[in-house]
Design a protein around this ligand. Structure first.
Ligand SMILES: Nc1ncnc2c1ncn2[C@@H]1O[C@H](COP(=O)(O)OP(=O)(O)OP(=O)(O)O)[C@@H](O)[C@H]1O
Length: 447
């Protein structure tokens, strides 16, 4: 049952009562005013979700109230009623901000339908605002920092961001390829059109094909309704295919055809559909090598690799870590309200790590640190690394205490041994009981 609040303003008692009783029976909470003065007071006091206002009142007109209400809260929809259903009054009321105009006698079901539609629109607008706010908050500058590597990438990206040719983004996992793809879309001529992304890794041939090209009803078992593919959804905009190196070979040839002919067919369809998309593909793989191995089509490789952009690994832009770390730290919800910062020693530790998981790993490490950190400054002992293969410290951090070095080393070995204490003790050349004691005293989690 709806608990929306409706304010009715009319100086005819019978109309107020009738509308009141009807709306209440539909689950609304209703407030009544019989004059402009009372309506203004009630609008402030009852904070309605919508107001239904008679055009002529004994101490003014609906226009006075429209102005007053819109000043207080422009998002509240207003419906104006009149016995004088002339087009002039309607135009005037709409100009003053009325969402809808209804002539008397009021058809109550129509009023109910209008309210429902207005609230649905309101909800949609709120959702759109929420998405826009989230998107602008999540908008990332892919060129944060001043290293030569990132400046070179920025210069190349600026040069090509208006191109309609496919772009191939290369770079290690977590280095920011998706962020660069979004930036290229936002800053290109298709910015107002859709940006649709799909990660091809681990997707079966059938699933990937249906996702990309869509299907007609009955195209295969389970296709109970027709479905629009991502290429269609993105028409006019950009399709970002992440991990294209993992795309099934049969889908590769269909994609190539669609790119070359600018048309494709849904699965099970007779009719071809035209598409106009910009393609951005990304991979952490060496596609030329994949072509050599026979797992990636050479013709598709040549089609998509004309404009390659290489996102540098984080370890090749160490000087950007301070600015990236501060940006990421400010975005972490757990740090909100605490104004956490990084001690120089912790920053030193971050700058001396090899970052096999790149910026994604940096974000994870900082997220963990915000949870562990008991004060307002993150210290080296708050930093726990992802311990991926190759993630060893690039050079020992001389700011660490012996205990911190020991703790980090134990954690790394344990992670490599997937928590098996006996194996880790063997590798560390200490009795198992000693390792248990150290695990306990450092508060290391072994799961
Ligand atoms: N310049 C940046 N500033 C802040 N955060 C960034 C930046 N670049 C990437 N990130 C963050 O790092 C994480 C990984 O980025 P992204 O997904 O773009 O990497 P990727 O190279 O596409 O990874 P994958 O290879 O796994 O697809 C994301 O959480 C992203 O928000």
């Amino acid at each position: 049952m709806s608990s929306k609040r409706i304010l009715i303003v009319d100086d005819e008692d019978s109309i107020r009562f009738g509308v009141h009783a009807f709306l209440e029976s539909q689950g609304y909470r209703v407030f009544e005013a019989d004059s402009c003065q009372k309506a203004k007071e009630l609008f402030l006091a009852s904070t309605p979700d919508a107001a239904v206002i008679d055009y002529r009142l004994h101490d003014g007109t609906a226009l006075d109230l429209l102005r007053a209400f819109k000043q207080v809260d422009p998002s509240v929809p207003l419906i104006v009623l009149t016995a004088y259903g002339t087009i002039e009054l309607a135009v005037e009321a709409v100009k003053e901000g009325a969402e809808q105009f209804l002539t008397k006698p009021i058809e109550l079901p129509v009023l109910h339908a209008i309210l429902k539609r207005l609230f649905a629109n309101q909800r949609l607008q709120r959702q759109q605002r929420a998405v826009a706010t989230r998107e602008s908050r999540e908008r990332v500058d892919p060129f944060a920092g001043q290293s030569a590597a990132i400046e070179k990438l920025a210069a190349q990206a600026i040069k090509i961001c208006g191109t309609s040719s496919p772009v191939l983004i290369l770079g290690e996992t977590g280095s920011g390829k998706s962020q660069l793809a979004k930036w290229l879309h936002r800053n290109g001529p298709r910015a107002e059109e859709p940006f649709v992304d799909l990660n091809c890794a681990g997707l079966s041939h059938d699933f990937l094909e249906a996702e990309l090209f869509g299907h007609e009803k009955g195209a295969f078992t389970g296709a109970v309704v027709a479905k629009c593919g991502l290429l269609e959804v993105a028409d006019g905009g950009t399709v970002f295919l992440d991990e294209i190196g993992d795309m099934d070979m049969r889908v590769q040839s269909k994609l190539l055809k669609a790119l070359e002919e600018k048309r494709f067919r849904r699965l099970g369809a007779v009719r071809e559909r035209e598409i106009d998309i910009a393609l951005i593909a990304a991979t952490h793989k060496d596609l030329a090598e994949e072509v050599g191995k026979g797992t990636f089509r050479s013709d598709l490789y040549f089609r998509i690799s004309a404009i390659p952009l290489l996102v540098p690994a984080l370890r090749d832009r160490i000087e950007d870590i301070p600015v990236l770390a501060s940006t990421l730290l400010a975005q972490i919800p757990a740090s909100r309200g605490r104004q956490l910062d990084l001690s120089d020693e912790a920053m030193g530790t971050l700058c001396s790590y090899a970052w096999p998981g790149n910026i994604r790993e940096l974000r994870n490490v900082l997220e963990r640190a915000t949870l562990l950190c008991e004060h307002d400054r993150i210290m080296p002992h708050d930093l726990r690394f992802n311990l991926m293969p190759g993630g060893t410290l690039a050079s020992p951090d001389t700011n660490l205490t012996l205990e911190e070095v020991e703790r980090q080393h134990i954690e790394r070995v344990l992670a490599e041994e997937e928590g098996r204490v006996a194996q880790a003790a063997l590798r560390l050349a200490v009795p198992r009981s000693t390792l248990y004691l150290k695990i306990k005293s450092y508060g290391i989690k072994t799961s």
